[in-house]
Ligand binder design. Structure first.
Ligand SMILES: [Zn+2]
Length: 132
């Protein structure tokens, strides 16, 4: 009889101990097991009373506890470039902002940015000026 000890936290001696199993006999007939603390000898009435150490349960994941990853789309920064602004005017020698009456760079950004209306198709714009 070499039943492996099972770990438990003994309620009597408050120590982590192995459960000692000792077969109980009624005469020559095995009627059960006596479970006792290997440290202090505390006897348990039944196996159900043994505070076995449980394998640690996996922590329950709660989706709400997870840090939310803020999804910041930085793409809008590009849209605020002067070159995409309705007030942005390109001349052969300069780039100007109609709103602020000053020279700007295409890569400037502006807090008064006004999105261009959908740009006219190149072909349509060229049609009027195009010579036959
Ligand atoms: Zn004990």
């Amino acid at each position: 009889m070499s039943a492996p000890g099972i770990e438990m936290t003994c309620p009597a001696c408050k120590r982590e101990a192995l459960v000692r199993r000792k077969p109980k006999y009624d005469g020559f007939k095995k009627v059960g097991e006596e479970l006792s603390c290997a440290q202090c000898g505390h006897v348990f009435d039944s196996e159900a009373e043994v505070p076995f150490k449980q394998a640690r349960k996996p922590a329950l994941f709660q989706a709400d506890d997870r840090p939310r990853t803020p999804k910041v789309f930085r793409g809008d920064e590009n849209a605020r470039l002067c070159r995409y602004c309705a007030e942005y005017v390109v001349n052969p020698f300069t780039q100007r902002c109609n709103r602020h009456r000053r020279d700007v760079q295409a890569t400037d950004t502006c807090r008064d940015f006004t999105p261009k209306p959908s740009p006219p198709p190149e072909s349509a714009a060229a049609e009027g000026a195009a010579k036959p």
